[in-house]
Design a protein around this ligand. Sequence first.
Ligand code: PPS
Length: 575
Amino acid sequence: MSRHLIQPHGGELKELLAEGSRRTDLREASRDWPSWGLTDRQTRDLELLMNGGFSPLGGFLDQEDYRSVVDGMRLSDGTLWPIPVTLDVTRELAEGLSGGQSLALRDREGVLLAVMTVGEVWEPDRREEAEKVFGTTSLDHPGVDHLLSHTNPVYVGGVVEGVRPPVHYDFKRDRHTPRQLREEFSRLGWRSVVGFHTRNPMHRAQVELTLRAARAAQANLLIHPVVRMTQSGDLDHYTRVRCYEAVLSQYPQFTAKLSLLDMASRLAGPREALWHAIIRKNHGCTHFIVGQDHASPVVKPQGEPFYGLYEAQDLFSKFEDELGVTMLPFRMLVYVKERDQHLPVDELPEGVTTLSMSASDLRARLDDGREIPSWFTFPDVVKELRRRNPPRHKKGFTVFFTGLSGSGKSTIANVLRTKLLEAGGRSVTLLDGDIVRRNLSSELGFSREHRDLNILRIGFVASEITKGGGIALCAPIAPYAPVRKQNRELVSQYGGYVLVHVSTPIEVCESRDRKGLYAKARAGIIKDFTGVSDPYETPEDADVDIDTSDITPEEAAQQVYLFLEKEGYIGPASG
Ligand code: PPS
C-alpha cells in the first residue's frame, strides 16, 4: 500500500496512495460506506499525508499519538512530531462510526480522495490543545480561532489509503510532490538544498537572505512558499506566485528552484518551525532557514506578539540533530545605504545609514501610486504588486448612504452618480432602495430579518462591483449597525468603502413626506416604519455626515465628492 524511497538526505518517504487496481476496488466498495466531506484544511492535510510530505505519518493521528504530540511533541513511538494532524468530524457522523470501519473521505464535489480505516473516535479537549500547541487560548491567534471556533468537536484517527490526490488547476508548472522534488534534485546533482519557507512576496531583503543562506551552506536553494491557506489579510497567492517567478532571475543560474507548498499553516510559531523543517526534509531539503518570528501570526495593532522573536530558532537548535536538518538562523536584514546592500541587524558596521520599509508604508505607497524605491524591491515585483493593488483613483469603491426615509439619500446618490460619470474612467452603478427592492429583494418585507437580508444582498452586489473596479452607490435605509459593519468588511477586501450618514432629522423628513408614508405610518396603516414604529441605529462609524435640512442636493453631493478626493479615490483630471 505504501511505497518507500530512501534518499541520502531525505529520510524515508511514506506515500499513502494505493496501487491502481486497489484504487478501483476502493471506489466501488466506498458506495456502501459512510462518507465525510473534507474541509479545505483537511484536504490540504490529506494531500501531504498521501504524497509523503507528512512522513512518517500513516494517517490521521489516533488518540495515543494525539496526546503524545500535544503533551510532548512526539508520536507515541518517540518520533519527533510537533503538530497534531487530526480529522475533526461532527457528532452526527461520529455516532455512527466504530473501530475497523471504513470511512470514505471525499472532496466538495463528492469525489473519493481517500479511505480511512477508523481506529479511534474521541472528543478532545480543544482548549487544552490550544494552550499546549499554541501556548495561548486567545481567539486573536488565527490558529487558535480555527481550532476553537471552526473545528468539529470529534476527532477520528486511523490509517489512510489514498485513492486520488486533490487536483490543482493553478500554477501546475510550480507544483511538485516530495518524490518529484527529490528526483529532480538527484537529477540536477543537488546534494545540499536549503529550504526557504514564506507566505509573503519576496523583496530584495528576502532574496539577499536566501542567497546568503545558500552561500553559507554551499548549497542550492528551494524557494518553497505556502500557498492559499495562510492568514486572512495576507496577499493572495496568485499575485505572490507571480512575484516569486519574477525574482527567480535574481539567483545564479542552476542554483535555485521554486515549488509551491499547498499546506494548511497553523502559525504555531516555534512548534511550527520544527514541523516546517520535517516537511521540507521530506521534500528533499538538507537545510532550513529560520528567520525571526518564524511562522507567527501577524499581530493586531496594539496586540502583544504570541512568541518571542527568536523562540523558534531556540527551539529548533535543541532538536537540530534529531531533525537531521541543519538550521540556518537569520536576524532581520536592513538596507545599508553606503553599501547598497542588505545586512543582518547584528552585523551592521558603525555609523552607517539604514533604511527599511514597513508593510503599511508599502501599502500606502501602492494606494497613492508613489514610487517604490529600488533598494526595497525589484521592478518586476513592483509591476505585479501594482497590478494587484492599483492606486486608489483606479480602484473600485462603494459609497453606502444610510438614513431615514425622506432624508435625501437617493437624491444625493443621484447627483453624485452624475458627477462621477462626468469625471469618467469607471462604471457607476446605483443601488437605490427602490431599485433593489424591485429587482433583488421583491419578496422581502420590513422585519429586521428581511431588512438585514436586503442589506446583505446590496453589500454582496456592491462588493462584486468594487472587485471589478467599478463604483457602487447604495442608498437603502439600512437601519441596523451590525449588517452595515459586515458590508464594510466585505467590500473593504476589494476596494474603498465610504459610509455616508444622511442625518436629516425625522421632523424634517416627515415634513417633506413626499410619498405620504409618514402620515400612513402615524395613522398605523403602515407598520414597522423606520423612525416611527421601528428603530434606526445611528452609525458611529460614518465617514461623512450630512444633514440636508438646509443644503441643496448639489452641495451635499459635493461634500461626498470632496471626501472621496481627499481619500485618493478621484484621480487628477489628466488621468
Ligand atoms: S431597508 O430597511 O434598508 O431594508 O429599507 P429599504 O430597502 O431602503 O426600503 C425603504 C423604502 O421602502 C419604503 N417603505 C418603508 N420604509 C421603512 N419602513 C417601512 N415599514 C416601509 N414600508 C415601505 C419607503 O419608501 C423606503 O424608501 P425611501 O426611499 O427610503 O423613502
